[in-house]
Design a binder for this molecule. Structure first.
Ligand code: CUA
Length: 157
């Protein structure tokens, strides 16, 4: 088989880049402790409904300044569907999936997690302004993916 010189150069370049990118991910994971959002806390994805904290989804006040919001993602929605939290307080989202990979994305904030079944995905955020915020799934998860969203109500303290 004859390969044109430029074709060879681009093939070598492409394979080298693959090795470089995989190497970067490997170095970050193994030497810099980079993990999925919230670390590597595992649960049995078959037993989400009976495993703490997901046996009690919803908003829980932890102390004067901190709230925890426990959410289950599934095709094609989030449970609970109504969430209300105060502005100006730290909100810790703990999210898992009951079936496939989804995401938990609140546009125009830094909250954007891939929701992996069998993992407790965690992100903390403080809403400065009250209002209604959209939560949506931006990982393609099936035929109903584009319907998968909910809202979070952020109210004045
Ligand atoms: Cu869930 Cu897309």
């Amino acid at each position: 088989m004859h390969l044109h010189k430029f074709e060879k150069i681009w093939l070598i370049f492409g394979i080298a880049m693959l090795a470089v990118f995989l190497g970067i991910v490997g170095v970050q994971a193994f030497t810099q402790g980079q993990t999925p959002a919230g670390g590597l806390k595992k649960i049995d994805p078959e037993k989400v409904d009976v495993t703490a904290p997901f046996d009690n989804p919803g908003v829980h006040q932890l102390n004067d300044d901190t709230y925890e919001v426990v959410i289950k993602a599934m095709a094609y929605g989030y449970e609970p569907s109504e969430i209300e939290v105060p502005a100006g307080k730290e909100i810790i989202f703990k999210v898992t999936s009951k079936d496939v990979i989804h995401s938990f994305t609140i546009p125009n904030t830094k909250v954007n997690m891939m929701i992996v079944p069998g993992q407790i995905n965690e992100k903390s955020y403080t809403f400065k302004e009250p209002g209604t915020y959209l939560i949506l799934c931006n990982e393609y998860c099936g035929t109903g993916h584009h319907f998968m969203h909910t809202e979070i109500e952020v109210v004045e303290e």
